[in-house]
Design a protein around this ligand. Structure first.
Ligand code: ATP
Length: 509
């Protein structure tokens, strides 16, 4: 059923759903638009509304073919809506889930498009902070790029940071997927443009391989891998292209390419990738392995996070990949908003002690593996960086014993971290910089009352909300690369939390 959004827009039908709200196909004075209607609890948060209104200039300022343009911001009674350019197509997550890895030329073309979008944003002082396939839309209306790839557009600019309200995190969890988080974010540094480059390199790796370099298993394990592990070259990928990806996955943000450089380097690769088939990369969590081959508690026979993992997809490698994530949000007309989307994992930034415990567990794990490898007749124990299994060898029983020892060590580390966490109760999870100092915002006009805005300024004149100032509590967790404020209530998320092996949240204002 159609509904009015402000005085100028009509929302006709739901075309997508995300963790922050529902996306509608709508209509405005200039024709069809996409309208992202924020969830009720977000829209009724006056602080949040104030942030959106204050930063409407930043939200609406990006005008580039590789960025989904935000035309308008509507604050109208209980509604808080972003009016966006309507993209005719699908999002990259749906494409990946449906068809698996892309041919290299198409993957690189999409990544180059996104890098160009990022370049424009970074030049304007805006960091996206939530680059992931869900936020990359494929425009089927424009003519395809190299390798038949649809042209890509990056959406949701700056929204993660806006919704990342510190006051919400006391009663709720930070929501997001850890797969794309740059190590410096995990270590508590202020997110800068380089976090987007890391996330984009992760996306490109995923487009080529079908899985992310550091994802899989428990949240703690994923975070640990981002910080401590390196990733091996993808077999079959030209060395020059691998160098670009590896450089952008560098642990040190300063070592990564800038967005403009990345776009140029990727475009350079395109001609030589013509005709190259999809890479055949075995997933490290291949479902054929017995449970004992998994050394960090990952259950190969089923998700431990309570998520609905949907259709396992096409067999073998891809099956494991598909099971790691929830299904894409279907573009179902008329579907009800669903804030318990399952493509996200609930997580909290680990504190210093937890990170130390993760690193120690990692060190012990590596030492135990090396010791096992050094023993004569122990068979191959080579472990591909980022993988969750040891190589298939002959001494399965011995390896099971080893896995047990490692599991005990990890558990001991986690217990230590938990004690440290419980002991310090209050400082945990709040080492991040205050995002009010973050350069991730674009220019703001300082307006605090949206009702004074003219329509041309990007805010609907029907606005009735009082815009509060940009309040930020001390201890803001900035740059978690994710949306905060989703209530934990639902069983899937609760199960994910218990599966994360992380201590309960303890935040102070
Ligand atoms: N401008 C748009 N034009 C067309 N479809 C869109 C547009 N923006 C979003 N969609 C569709 O709506 C879906 C939900 O988008 P939304 O941005 O709310 O969530 P998300 O990015 O998938 O997840 P999250 O909000 O959790 O990051 C997208 O996956 C996409 O299919």
């Amino acid at each position: 059923m159609a509904r009015k959004i402000g005085s100028r827009y009509t929302a006709h039908q739901v075309i997508g759903r995300g963790s922050a709200g529902t996306v509608w196909l709508g209509e405005g004075p200039e024709g069809p638009v996409a309208i992202k209607l924020l969830r009720e609890d977000l829209a009724s948060d006056q602080v949040l509304v104030g942030r959106f209104v204050q930063e409407r200039t930043a939200l609406t300022s990006l005008d580039h073919p590789r960025v989904v343009g935000v035309h308008d911001l509507v604050v109208d009674g209980d509604d808080l809506a972003l009016v966006m350019e309507l993209v005719h197509g699908t999002d990259l997550r749906s494409r990946l889930d449906r068809e698996g890895p892309l041919i290299p030329q198409a993957a690189v073309s999409i990544a180059a498009d996104v890098a160009e979008g990022l370049a424009v944003a970074h030049a304007a002082g805006i960091v996206h902070r939530d680059v992931k396939p869900e936020n990359i839309l494929l425009d089927q209306a424009s003519s395809p790029g190299p390798g038949g790839a649809p042209r890509a557009k990056l959406s949701d600019f700056g929204i993660a940071r806006l919704v990342d309200a510190p006051r919400r995190t006391r009663a709720t969890r930070i929501i997001g997927t850890p797969d794309y988080l740059a190590p410096e974010v995990i270590e508590g540094l202020e997110p800068r443009a380089a976090v987007d480059i890391y996330a984009l390199a992760t996306v490109l790796y995923e487009l080529l391989a079908g899985f992310t370099p550091f994802g899989g298993g428990h949240t703690g394990a994923v975070l640990r891998r981002h910080v401590t592990e390196s990733v091996a070259p993808l077999p079959g990928l030209p060395e020059d292209l691998w160098k670009v990806i590896a450089q952008c996955l560098a642990k040190a943000p300063a070592s990564r390419l800038r967005a403009t450089e990345l776009a140029a380097r990727l475009r350079e690769q395109l001609p030589s990738l013509a005709g190259q088939p999809v890479l055949r990369v075995s997933h490290p969590d291949a479902s054929t392995l017995p449970a004992a081959e998994y050394d960090d508690g990952y259950d190969p026979h089923g998700p431990d996070d309570g998520e609905d993992h949907g259709d396992p997809g096409r067999g073998g490698t891809r099956q494991r990949v598909a099971r790691r994530r929830g299904p894409a949000v279907p573009l179902v007309p008329g579907a009800q908003p669903d804030s318990s989307r399952d493509t996200h994992t609930s997580l909290r930034r680990p504190n210093r002690e937890e990170l130390a415990a993760f690193a120690e567990a990692s060190r012990q794990e590596r030492a135990a593996r090396e010791a096992a490898a050094a023993r004569p007749g122990s068979g191959s124990t080579h472990r591909r960086p980022g993988s969750r299994r040891s190589g298939a060898g002959s001494s399965v029983r011995r390896r099971r014993l080893l896995v047990g020892v490692v599991a005990l060590l990890v558990a001991a580390g986690a217990l230590g971290a938990y004690k440290a966490f419980a002991g310090e109760n209050g400082s945990a999870g709040a080492p991040g910089g205050d995002s009010s100092n973050s350069p991730s915002t674009g220019p703001t006009d300082g307006s605090t009352d949206s009702s004074t805005d003219s329509p041309s300024a990007g805010t609907d004149p029907t606005s009735t909300a009082q815009a509060a100032g940009p309040e930020r509590a001390p201890g803001t967790v900035s740059g978690w690369g994710a949306l905060t404020g989703i209530p934990v209530g639902g069983p899937p998320v609760a199960a994910a939390l218990s599966g994360s092996r992380m201590p309960p949240p303890a935040r102070t204002a």
